[in-house]
Design a binder for this molecule. Sequence first.
Ligand SMILES: C=C(OP(=O)(O)O)C(=O)O
Ligand SMILES: [Mg+2]
Length: 400
Amino acid sequence: MTRITSISLRRILDSRGNATVEADVLTESGGFGRGAAPSGASTGEYEAIELPASESIAKAREHAVPRLEGVYAGDQRAVDNALRAADGTDDFSAIGANSAVAISMAAAKAAADVLGAPLYQHLGGAFRGENFPIPLGNVVGGGEHAKEATHIQEFLAAPVGAPSVSEAVFANAAVHAAVADVLDERGVPAAKGDEGAWAPPISDADAFEVVDEAVDRVEDEVGFEIRFGLDMAAAELYDDDREAYVYGDETKSADEQIEYVAGLVDEYDLAYVEDPLDENDYEAFAELTDRVGDRTLICGDDLFVTNVERLEDGIDAGAANSILIKPNQIGTLSDAFDAVELAARNGYETVISHRSGETEDTTIAHLAVATDAGYIKTGTVGGERTAKLNELVRIADDAV
Ligand SMILES: C=C(OP(=O)(O)O)C(=O)O
Ligand SMILES: [Mg+2]
C-alpha cells in the first residue's frame, strides 16, 4: 500500500528568501507526503553537503527518483538506504543532502498518510505522544544570524518548569516580548535576526543582563521556572591561525574559553550551552563537561553534526552530555534516528533542532515527540518557527 509511485521535486523559498528543495511523495494507494529541506548559516565543517537547489533537484531526479519508485514508503530504512545508494558518497555530495532530507521526510509523511496515523506515531510507535520536549526559544542573537549584534549566536529561553508544552511555547513568546521591553527601556533599538530573535547592537555582557531580566519578569508572571541557555556556535568564533576564540578585539585561548563558559553557567544558572568550544576540540568539550555537566547541558551541534561516528568519538572522550539533532546535517531520518538512539543508550540528552533557514515543514515537531526528545530548538516567533511550535500544541491536543 505504501509503495512509492512518484516523487516530484521543486524549488521553493526558505525563510531567508533562498531557494530550497521541496519533495512530494505519492504512493500507490493515494498516500501523499510533502517535505522541505531547511538550510544552515553557521554550518559545521562535517555536515552533509547541501547543493544549490536546482543542481540538487536535477541530480536527485536523475539518480534517486528512479531507484525510489517501487520502494515502500512505510519502510523508512529502505527509503533512506535507496537514497544513500543513489548518492554513493558519505556526505550526500552527489545528490545533495537537501534533496535527500526532503525526500526522506516526504516519504515518512506519505506512509503516515496511508496508515492514517499522525507522523509522530508512525515514526515513534503507539506509545508516543504523552511526553513533550521543552522548547528552547531563541530570544536574542547575533553571530552568523545577525551581523553587528552579539558575538554569541543565540540566547535561548528554557521554560524548564512549564506544566505543558503549550504553556512553555507561550512563555517563550512572552520572554521574547519582555526582551523587547527591556531593550526599549534601555533605549536600544533592535532588528531581528534570521530566526526572529532580537539582534541588538549590544555587548554579550549586556545581553546576559537583558535576557536575565526578561526571564525574571516572565517567571514572576507565569509562576513556573524559566531558565535560559546559549548556542555559542564557537566554531564560528574560533580562528585556527590564532588558535583562539575571537570576540571582536578580544581573544580567548581554549582554557580561557572553558573558564569563561563555566563562569557563565554558574553566574546565570544556565540550563543549556550548545557548542561552547570549537568543533574539533573534543578534549576541551570533555573538560568543560567534567566541570559543569552535572548542572547544565553541554550540547554538541557542529561537534557531532547528527553523525553517529562523531557521537561515538564524543562518548569515548566524555565530550558533552547532549546532542543536537538536525536531519539535514546527515541527510535522512534513519540516520537522525540512529544518532538519537545512540545518544539515549549512552545517557546523552537529545535536542531536535530547526535550521536558521527554514520552511513551514513541521517534521521536526513530530520527530521530537516520536523520539521522546527532552528538548526542541525551533525558535520563538515567525511563521516558519511557529509552524513547528503550533504543531507541538496540536499534537498535545490530539488534533493532528
Ligand atoms: C540553528 C542553528 O543555526 P544554523 O542553522 O545556521 O546552523 C544552530 O547553529 O544551531
Ligand atoms: Mg548550533
